[in-house]
Design a binder for this molecule. Sequence first.
Ligand code: 9MR
Length: 586
Amino acid sequence: MKAALLLLAAQGELAIDVNQIGFAPDAPKLAIARTPDAKPRDWRIEDDTGLTVLSGKTRPLPADPRAGGHQQAIDLSALTEPGKGYRIRIGNATSAAFAVAPQPYRPLASDALAFFYHQRAGTPILARYAGGAQWARPAAHVGERVTCFAGKDQRGNIWPGCNHILDVTGGWYDAGDHGKYVVNGGIATWTLLNLHEWTAGTAFPDRAQPIPEAGNGVSDLLDEARYEVEFLLAMQVPQGTTMRMPVNQNDPSETLTFTPVDVGGMAHHKVAGERWTGIPMRPDRDPETRHLYPPSTAATLNLAAVAAQAARIWRTIDPAFAKQCLNAATSAWAAAQRNPQLFAVGDFAGSGGYGDGDVSDEAFWAAAELYATTRDPRFAATADESPHTGRLDGEPGWSSVAALGHIALGLSDDSPRRDRSRALIAAAADRFERERHDVAYRIPFAGDRYAWGSNSNLLNRAMLLRMAQRWSGEARFGAAADDSLDYILGRNPMGTSYVSGHGERAMQNPHHRFWARQADAAYPGPPPGALSGGPNNTSMGDPIAAKLKGKCAPQRCWVDDIGAFTMNEVAINWNAPLVWVAATAP
Ligand code: 9MR
């Protein structure tokens, strides 16, 4: 019955889905037509004067339950003449405009990085950097000197608080909320720093971006990343600190037992408000009391990994900062060794959990980064003993970071470990690349479970594919990475570019407390370059998603609505791989 309804909903539609930025002249170019039936149709492409420049017939594709309805392929690879404002037409249906141009994703990469400037806490966002007065805002959460949450969490566990106060001003807001989380800050920062390493420092050189640090002689990519690295460092607990903590309890639903623990060198899991604020909410108007939340092993290992990575990057650029990072990394590592099982189990109101009951991948990642930076054989031995050494299950995400460790080793100059990690990444890329041939929209993900932030999963796959392409020379890997970008930018059954401001039919109403025009006309819409989390058919927990439950094909479980936080939020760990993939696109 439900399936029948789906089919009905899809019937009668005639639409053309295409990457709304466009293509490099020599790139393969695929668009997808959604048609009422499987009958082939004539298509033509018009240029911006209305002249037909190419035509052909659609090729019906096998039914794909991930998309629902009927899809047909339009191969426009023969369109190589540079131009703007091309459109594909089938009968009365017209695609969004797109361009054929060399390096078409440069502006996208820059706007995607600008997202991080907009998300900065503790500093005013100035019109001259923000791309317009509507996105300027006063400094918020300034002088953020905070202590630990004390009292009852939502499950009735009583947290004792702590005696220290940390100044954790700065860093990036995580997403549409104003929480700052070490776990998620870790992978987001790592991704930007890795882009610096991957491109040998050529991505976003000094003065490439409109940020306050432009002109300081340092890469703007590093300047932006450092804004968060310094926050991560600030989240470290002073040496010699004891706190009462739940140890080795990884089920958040159980009643917790607290024992005294030496937490010196660990990182607090997050700093956030006591309750969720409503929408809209300019951050400087946030009325909530903010607290540090308990340290966790996962946050500590995130700090160890990113600080180790930062230490090798800044070694020549700012040796004193590099040294500070290395000290933080090694002390965090030691603290995590001492406390390998402090899980983030508190069920606190007002912020996300980012809980993770398995930190073996975080330990592998941190050991790999520390080894790559120090070449200390102890870290190599720890990485070698890890269950993650000989395997790579999938793309990275905030809770599964083994791939980041393999990338660190894959970029190191220790040849046996480098080759082993590269081989694992190539094997994963090979699996991803094969998957795209089973999918009507030809993306390197053939599953039918679309996670919270699914667009970022796809982009993280694209990152691994690009790495495999460079290391193997196989063009199919790069083509599969390009397919991911095509999908993100409009070749999807929502007919939407999931990046604000990039494409004629782009996302406009992210779940964000400041880019909240949909909720309040006095607030701005999103600046260009913010990536929607994307379709989510696995945790449809917001009121908009709840209405779609059971009624959408996986790739269509998405609504451009500010209330749809499970489908249309933006987040630092999602925009970071967008920066990576856009900046490395041909
Ligand atoms: O990205 C996170 C996703 O994987 C989780 O399933 C979800 C629910 O715990 O939380 C997401 O992260 C959110 C975080 O908890 C709070 N800030 C916004 C993040 C993106 O929605």
